[in-house]
Design a protein around this ligand. Structure first.
Ligand code: EPZ
Length: 457
């Protein structure tokens, strides 16, 4: 770990130059909406209740898992986000029947007539790769484009491919697409790094394989447990989800049946953590409802230690921002460590904390692009190396005349937080990225007293 040091100011310039503001490649799938945000100039005035939606990173996998079934699968507490809409569109394109009704979703996989994923749709959403496991396992073939990286990292799928090969699949790469085929057999697979999507995808593929599969060095996120528990309630035999070793007894092609059992999407711990960090900065008193505090133990522990007033109860977290709070170092880590998906929001929090701290992003190689927005508003952040930054606080933030850009989902939320802390009015472009994982963010913030408007692009 690098020692925190007073790096000269030019580092900040280099930081901005080195990570030039990424001109987001607009595609027809993306709206061009923006947010106009009136800063609170540090006034801790946000108050009221915020209700957390179902977890994007759980429901996308449950939607993919419906391919393993011989009947209609009903899902509830589904968030209304862009990624859910996009995965629904991908499923419809291959022939599944998908019906949305508010927070309810039903998926009938019996009409699936193709296992060729739409390139444009699936390239724009990495999570679509999770569909490949169930499709390959059920239909013994699947074709899909190499999922594009995104601004936070290259996001390879080598661990998925390695696992499929171990299970007996033939894998070819033709004209920018993977073509996989074969009857999957149980295997022992060791992930050389913990991969959430890899764990989920191969766990689902193993459900219909012939024989037993043992996955080792698995990711342990709660979303994985939620999907495994539902599949087990419908006839799967998955043991160890949430631990480093998962054993799946394959059904040799025998499909699962939901028999009317509904998948209830668990609360989105990252949305809850995002609002907790916002409240730690600007809350007179905010209560975060429909959440699971047990999924946020590391963040709650670190914020309490820094002086933030937090009370938890089953299903809710109440937060009040103190006059001042101490800085703390962050090293992102797979669950139950500090989530990489809360790193950006925590950096904005640290710009207002007393002291200085290193933030070490161990999961992705490019998850600091949002820092450009904070620097434009006056934050004191220095790049130590592409994975470590030094944050000094407290720094007075002022709205910049230049528009801010949202490069990714969590960096977008972090930029909204900074604009709310700042003095003056900020404009944040490309909020399509925020819409991918936060339902009605402007409505939730307005209900807490924030002055934020969506400008249709
Ligand atoms: C999931 O992505 C989440 N997305 C991400 O949330 C989250 O950041 C990530 O897990 C880590 O917690 C969804 O669940 C839809 P990984 P996933 O495979 O599964 C490398 C958000 O903001 N890797 O655990 O794609 C990879 O490059 C999003 O909601 C390989 O090298 O993440 C990364 O460095 C962002 N080869 C690390 O592993 C592989 O084959 C962790 O990736 C697979 C992954």
């Amino acid at each position: 770990m690098l020692k925190a040091q007073n790096l000269p100011i030019f580092h900040i310039t280099r930081f901005i130059c080195k990570s030039p503001s990424i001109r987001v490649q607009w595609t027809p799938l993306m709206t061009k909406d923006s947010f106009v945000i009136q800063g609170l100039a540090g006034k801790k005035s946000l108050k009221g209740d915020v209700f957390i939606n179902g977890a994007k990173n759980a429901v996308l996998k449950a939607m993919a898992a419906t391919v393993l079934f011989d009947d209609v699968v009903a899902l509830d507490n589904v968030p209304d986000t862009e990624d859910v809409k996009k995965l629904s569109a991908i499923l419809k394109k291959i022939g599944a029947k998908v019906v949305h009704d508010g927070k309810k979703l039903s998926i009938d996989p019996r009409g699936i007539s193709s296992t060729c994923l739409d390139p444009e749709l699936s390239e724009s959403m990495r999570a679509s790769v999770v569909l490949t496991g169930p499709l390959l396992s059920r239909f013994r073939n699947v074709t899909f484009p190499a999922p594009g990286g995104c601004v936070i990292g290259t996001r390879p799928i080598d661990l998925f491919i390695e696992g499929y090969k171990k299970m007996g699949a033939d894998v070819d790469f033709q004209k920018d697409a993977y073509v996989m085929s074969g009857k999957l057999a149980g295997a022992e697979i060791f992930f050389n790094i913990q991969t959430v999507g890899g764990t989920e995808t191969l766990m689902m593929a193993a459900v219909l394989a012939e024989g037993t599969t043992v996955l080792k060095n698995c990711a342990m996120e709660p979303e994985i447990v939620s999907v495994a528990e539902y599949l087990n309630s419908c006839g799967a035999e998955i043991v160890g989800a949430g631990t480093p070793t998962i054993t799946i007894k394959g059904r040799a092609g025998k499909l699962l049946s939901s028999a009317g059992k509904v998948y209830i999407t668990p609360p989105d711990r990252i949305e809850a953590g995002s609002f907790l960090l916002l409240g730690a900065l600007l809350a007179e008193k905010i209560t975060i409802k429909d959440c699971n505090p047990l999924h946020l133990e590391v963040l709650i522990h670190m914020l309490k230690n820094s002086g933030v007033h937090i009370e938890t109860a089953p299903g809710s977290i109440t937060v009040k921002s103190p006059d001042s709070f101490r800085s703390f170092a962050i090293r992102t880590h797979e669950y139950p460590g500090f989530p990489t998906d809360l790193q950006s929001q925590a950096v904005t929090f640290l710009t207002q904390a007393e002291g200085e701290a290193i933030v070490f992003e161990t999961i992705y190689e490019g998850r600091f692009k949002f820092v450009q927005n904070l620097l434009k508003m006056g934050a004191h952040i220095t790049e130590m190396n592409p994975r470590e930054i030094l944050v000094k606080g407290p720094a007075k933030l002022k709205a910049t005349q230049k528009d801010l850009e949202s490069f990714d989902l969590r960096g977008g939320f972090a930029s909204v937080m900074a604009a709310l802390v700042a003095e003056g009015t900020s404009t944040l472009q490309n909020i399509y990225y925020i819409d991918r994982g936060y339902e009605n963010l402007e409505g939730k913030l307005a209900a807490l007293g924030a002055d934020i408007k969506r400008i249709k692009g």
